[in-house]
Design a protein around this ligand. Structure first.
Ligand SMILES: NC(=O)c1ccc[n+]([C@@H]2O[C@H](COP(=O)([O-])OP(=O)(O)OC[C@H]3O[C@@H](n4cnc5c(N)ncnc54)[C@H](O)[C@@H]3O)[C@@H](O)[C@H]2O)c1
Ligand SMILES: O=C(O)C[C@H](O)C(=O)O
Length: 340
């Protein structure tokens, strides 16, 4: 029996993500929480002939607690998306508070659940969840994941496009490390399961890296004020959730990149820190998943000089983003006691 919960379930990501989770046979219960419209979304999904029992909750009458009760996996796409001209960091002001409140609900109701954070800026919202959990004395770094899968999905698609065969895209695997915004997104194209054509010019290679790093902007621009990636994100979020669920179900050897706390695996992160030349509290790297969450953080391995330069550019930005998240929670708790 597995209960999955979506917080922000009526949104542009939340609805298709809830649909894909409802379609996952490993999910037997699906809790949907949002500040609007969840009863309708839940009624609609509940007619689909798959095992999951669906319930929708709103804030009144302890809706968040009811949605979270007994949760094994909680996915968070709650919060505002970008408009053209904005960076993900511009979302921090609104989304930090939303994520903090939802994290408080999880810490007090389902502290053992796996938490998959989609809300931007991921580089900072994941540290917010960690800090809230620490304040409540329930932080388990193995169970907290920043969802960076969309970067991996984009890399697979764009590499397959360059190879000239989109049918390969589901098989192309490119590790994408670092974080989830602009220069912190570092595709390790040299480790692609499908090598790039040797005829690819340096300029085209650089353009591919840039497209993976700024793929989100392409969608924000095309949507022209109506938000950011929702459908591709729902697909990516469901893919990552499916891997976590398979690992929870006992399947071995499942690997996926995710933005995790380095405290999740001391020896893996020590090797990673050596490669990076500095320690960061959070970093996205390939992670082996197990029944307890992160089983292993897999270091970068062999990378090119160009990739090393990209990592160097990512590190200061990531450090700043992490600090922003951590400071936000310590400031908040100066005026507010954790609700234990
Ligand atoms: N990690 C990624 O790769 C990635 C990709 C795409 C989008 N995102 C981020 O995901 C977030 C959501 O994007 P979207 O397009 O679905 O936005 P959206 O506005 O369509 O949906 C957000 C939903 O969150 C709900 N919400 C707001 N406050 C809430 C609260 N306190 N509790 C519960 N629900 C609440 C809203 O009612 C809305 O239904 C944004 O921050 C966006 O930047 C992340
Ligand atoms: O670009 C955004 O703001 C949304 C998301 O992070 C993305 O990568 O598409």
């Amino acid at each position: 029996m597995v209960k999955a919960v979506v917080l922000g379930a009526a949104g542009g990501i939340g609805q298709p993500l809830a649909l894909l989770l409802k379609a996952n046979p490993l999910v037997t219960e699906l809790g949907l929480f949002d500040i609007v419209n969840t009863p309708g979304v839940a009624a609609d999904l509940s007619h689909i002939s798959t095992p999951a029992k669906v319930e929708g909750y709103l804030p009144p009458d302890d809706g968040l607690k009811k949605a979270l009760k007994g949760a094994d996996i909680v996915v968070i796409p709650a919060g505002v998306p970008r408009k053209p001209g904005m960076t993900r960091d511009d979302l921090f002001k609104i989304n930090a508070g939303i994520v903090k409140d939802l994290a408080t609900g999880i810490a007090t109701t389902a502290p053992k659940a796996f938490i998959l954070v989609i809300s931007n800026p991921v580089n900072s919202t994941v540290p917010i969840v960690a800090e809230v959990f620490k304040k409540h004395g329930v932080f388990d770094p193995k169970r907290l994941f920043g969802v960076t899968t969309l970067d991996v999905v984009r890399a697979s698609t764009f590499v397959a496009e360059i190879i000239g065969d989109l049918s390969l895209s589901k098989d192309v695997v490119v590790p994408v490390v670092g974080g989830h915004s602009g220069v912190t997104i570092v595709p390790l194209l040299s480790q692609s399961s499908h090598p790039l054509p040797s005829s690819l010019s340096q300029e085209s290679h650089a353009a591919l890296v840039n497209r993976i790093q700024f793929g989100g902007d392409e969608v924000v621009k095309a949507k022209n004020g109506a938000g950011s990636a929702t459908l591709s994100m729902a697909y990516a979020g469901a893919e990552f959730a499916a891997k976590v669920l398979r690992a929870l179900n006992g399947e071995k050897g499942i690997v996926a990149p995710s933005y995790v706390s380095v405290a999740a695996d001391a020896s893996g992160s020590a090797a990673l820190t050596k490669e990076l030349g500095q320690e960061l509290a959070f970093f996205s790297s390939n992670v082996e998943l197990g029944t307890e969450g992160v089983a292993k953080i897999i270091p970068l391995g062999k990378i090119t000089e160009g990739e090393q330069t990209l990592i160097k550019a990512a590190l200061p930005e990531l450090a700043k983003n992490i600090e922003t998240g951590v400071n936000f929670v310590s400031e908040a708790y100066k005026t507010e006691e954790p609700r234990l």
